[in-house]
Ligand binder design. Structure first.
Ligand code: NDP
Length: 334
C-alpha cells in the first residue's frame, strides 16, 4: 500500500527560519518560490543573469548568483533543466553547501541514474510535482494544491523526512496529497509516460487521422472530431473527476453500445503494445536511456531543429493550423 501525505502530516515549522535557495527561476522555480514565500518561509533565489533573474527581482525576491545563493542556504531546491544540472551542481552548488544542508529535486532523474552524487553529509529529498509550473502557482492560489511524488533519498541529519514534508507543504502539494516514492521510480514513471504511453497514444491518433482522411473526410473535420473540439479532453477530465465507469453516463446509449461491442476487436493489440512498452521500460530502468541521452546532449539542438522542421512541413501541422483558424481555437482565436 502506497504511503500518502496530506497537510496534517506535514509541519512548516520543521523548516521555519531555514533559508531556502530556489535555484532556477523558470517554470517550476518561480511558482515554487512564490508559494514558499506565501507560506511564510524564508526564500532566496539563485539564477544566471537572464530574463528569469529580472522576473525574480520584479517579484521582490532576494536574488544572488547560484553559488552565492547556495552558500547562504540551509535548503537548496534545484529547479534548473535536468540536462544542465550535473555541471551546475559540480561547479556552483556542491562546493558551497554546508554539511547538514538539504538538497531538493523536482525530478529524480540525475540521482536515479548516478549523474549527481551529493556529499554524504547532505539530506537529499524529492518533491516532484505532477503539475506544470503555471499550475503549481494557480492551484496554490486557488487552494486546490497539486499532487507530487515525494521521498527521502538520504537522511544525513535525522530530519530529512520532516524537512521534505515541510517543503512539500510549503509549495502547496500536501493540500492535494503526496505519494512516497524513490528517485528511481519517479524518474522511471515519468520517462515511461514520455517514451511509451505518449508515443503509443500518438500512433493511435495518427492512425485514426490517416484512415479518416484517406476515406475522404475533410482533415479539419477529422481533427475537430478526434481532439481539437476539446470533447475528448473533456471526457478525460470527467474520468479524472468521477471515474471511467461513472463518466459513461455523459455519453449517449448509441455511443456506449458501439464502444462496448467494438472494443473487443482491439483486444489482440494489447499484447504487442505491452511488449513494446516493456522494452522501453527496461531501457529506462537499466539506465540505458540515461546513458544514451548523456552521450547525445551535444547533438540535441540539431536533432530538435530537424524534428521541428519535419513537423512544420507535415500535413498534420497544416491541417491543425487550418482547423484552429477556422474554429478560432487557442492562439488562433485572437
Ligand atoms: P526551466 O527550463 O524553466 O529552467 C529553469 C531555469 O534554469 C531558467 O531560468 C533557465 O534559464 C535556467 N537555466 C538554464 N540553463 C541553465 C544553466 N546552464 N545554468 C543555470 N541556469 C540555467 O526548468 P523547469 O522549471 O522546466 O524544470 C526544473 C526542474 O523541475 C527539472 O528538474 C524538471 O524535471 C522538474 N519538473 C518540471 C516540470 C515542468 O512543468 N516544467 C514538472 C515537474 C518537474 P533560461 O530560461 O535562460 O534557459
Amino acid at each position: 500500500m502506497a504511503t500518502i501525505y496530506h497537510d496534517e502530516d506535514a509541519r512548516l515549522e520543521a523548516i521555519a527560519g531555514q533559508t531556502i535557495a530556489v535555484i532556477g527561476y523558470g517554470n517550476q522555480g518561480r511558482s515554487q518560490a512564490l508559494n514558499l514565500r506565501d507560506s511564510g518561509l524564508s526564500v532566496i533565489v539563485g539564477n544566471i543573469r537572464d530574463y528569469a533573474l529580472e522576473q525574480a527581482e520584479a517579484d521582490g525576491m532576494e536574488v544572488h548568483p547560484i553559488a552565492e545563493a547556495c552558500r547562504r542556504a540551509e535548503i537548496a531546491m534545484l529547479l534548473i533543466p535536468d540536462e544542465v544540472m550535473p555541471e551546475v551542481f559540480e561547479r556552483d552548488v556542491a562546493p558551497q553547501l554546508r554539511s547538514g544542508a538539504a538538497l531538493s529535486f523536482a525530478s529524480g532523474y540525475n540521482i536515479a541514474f548516478g549523474l549527481i552524487q551529493p556529499d554524504a553529509s547532505l539530506d537529499v529529498v524529492l518533491i516532484a510535482p505532477r503539475m506544470i509550473g503555471i499550475g503549481v502557482r494557480e492551484r496554490y492560489v486557488s487552494g486546490e494544491g497539486f499532487p507530487s511524488f515525494v521521498g527521502v533519498h538520504r537522511d544525513a541529519t535525522g530530519n530529512a523526512q520532516q524537512r521534505m514534508l515541510g517543503l512539500a507543504r510549503g509549495v502547496g502539494s500536501t493540500r492535494a496529497g503526496c505519494i512516497e516514492m524513490s528517485m528511481h521510480d519517479e524518474a522511471s514513471l515519468d520517462l515511461f509516460t514520455e517514451q511509451a504511453f505518449g508515443p503509443a497514444f500518438g500512433r493511435v491518433l495518427s492512425s485514426a487521422v490517416e484512415l479518416l482522411v484517406e476515406a475522404g473526410y475533410p482533415p479539419e473535420a477529422v481533427l475537430l472530431e478526434l481532439y481539437l473540439s476539446g470533447e475528448f479532453a473533456y471526457s478525460f477530465e470527467k474520468m479524472r473527476e468521477v471515474g471511467g465507469l461513472e463518466q459513461m453516463k455523459y455519453h449517449s446509449h448509441t455511443s456506449q453500445y458501439g464502444s462496448a461491442t467494438r472494443s473487443r476487436r482491439f483486444m489482440h493489440l494489447s499484447d504487442p503494445i505491452k511488449q513494446k512498452m516493456g522494452e522501453v521500460l527496461e531501457e529506462i530502468r537499466s539506465g540505458t536511456f540515461a546513458d544514451e541521452w548523456s552521450r547525445h546532449q551535444d547533438q540535441a539542438a540539431q536533432l530538435f531543429a530537424k524534428i521541428r522542421e519535419a513537423r512544420e512541413h507535415s500535413d498534420m501541422n497544416r491541417w491543425e493550423e487550418s482547423a484552429r483558424r477556422a474554429f478560432r481555437i487557442g492562439n488562433a482565436a485572437r
